[in-house]
Ligand binder design. Structure first.
Ligand code: UTP
Length: 279
């Protein structure tokens, strides 16, 4: 997509502890876990690049810079491929190096998603920006983040990705109270993090894609710390309702939360089948 757009920058928060993947995440950062032959972080950056966003901040835990290193040229490997005349693999690696301009930002303590986003305040400055969580994989004709960009171009303000989920999933997700406006867009009235099934206002859950306005930084900073002392972004977005437009976009595409071992396994199966069908 090459249309001029108001959202030029993105943040990929990737500094969580990854406790659900222990013990592997004690040595390998979760964003480097593979779906077939590329790490989760690859799919995240590729989606942003496909939506025309190439200026990307990765929020990482100290010592886990290898996540950004994946996008740096590996001279030894490239030299060896050149010598062998393996143009195809060489081109594949070069394409990865050219996908985006990456800035690494450290989050020294895992104090929650809101806190991770806050770390990127200076990088973003005073403009709307995208946030993409690498655990949430979405396969779609138009990149999911581009679908959200379309909603933000039309309505302004903040936009969240949304998906209808099974009742049992509700207590572990952020749930949206909203009025449908047609075309899979909803005007958001309220957001509630991990409600019980009884108190949930709907089955519409927040999925890890957002377009946020710079006002979110003050709202994160001045909002209360939520469960486990973690600073949530959901509360900061909820605080914007009534102040600026907040919409949910029920995106087109297949979503898998690869943030758990069964989820990552399902993502591998999906991707392998997709590639087999495409070949
Ligand atoms: P999760 O809630 O999945 O937490 O974070 P986690 O730490 O990654 O995994 P578990 O729960 O310990 O298994 C959602 C997203 O927010 C990022 C994570 O990297 C993930 O992309 N995150 C979370 C941060 O960047 N920093 C934090 O302090 C917390």
């Amino acid at each position: 997509m090459c249309m001029p757009q108001s959202v030029r920058k993105a943040v990929i928060p990737a500094a969580g502890l990854g406790t659900r993947f222990l013990p592997i995440t004690s040595a390998v950062p979760k964003p480097l876990l593979p779906v077939i032959d590329r790490p989760l972080i690859h799919y995240a950056v590729a989606e942003l690049a496909a939506a025309g966003i190439h200026d990307i901040a990765m929020v990482l835990s100290p010592g886990f810079e290898a996540v950004a290193g994946y996008f740096e040229p590996n001279q030894t490997l490239m030299g060896a491929l050149e010598e062998r005349g393996d143009e195809e693999r060489l081109a594949q690696l070069k394409a990865i190096n050219d996908m985006a301009e990456i800035t690494v930002i450290e989050q020294t303590e895992a104090r929650g998603l809101g806190h991770a986003i806050l770390m990127a305040r200076n990088f973003i400055g005073d403009e709307p920006f995208a946030v993409l969580l690498p655990d949430d994989l979405i396969w779609s004709a138009a990149p999911a983040i581009a679908q959200l960009l379309g909603v933000s171009e039309e309505h302004g303000g903040s936009v969240l990705a949304a998906k209808r989920v099974a009742r049992e999933a509700i207590p572990s997700l952020g749930i949206i109270d909203a009025d449908p406006m047609g075309n899979d867009v909803h005007r958001v009235r309220g957001l509630i993090e991990k409600p019980s099934i009884e108190e949930a206002p709907s089955d519409l859950a927040i999925i890890g894609r957002y377009i946020l306005t710079p006002g979110v930084f003050d709202r994160i900073e001045h909002g209360p710390a939520g469960a486990l002392g973690e600073i949530q972004v959901t509360d900061a977005i909820a605080a914007a309702i009534g102040v600026e437009p907040v919409h949910a976009c029920e995106f087109e595409g297949d979503h898998i939360d690869a943030g758990t071992p069964p989820g990552l396994f399902a993502a591998n199966v999906y991707e392998e089948r997709r590639r087999a069908m495409a070949s």
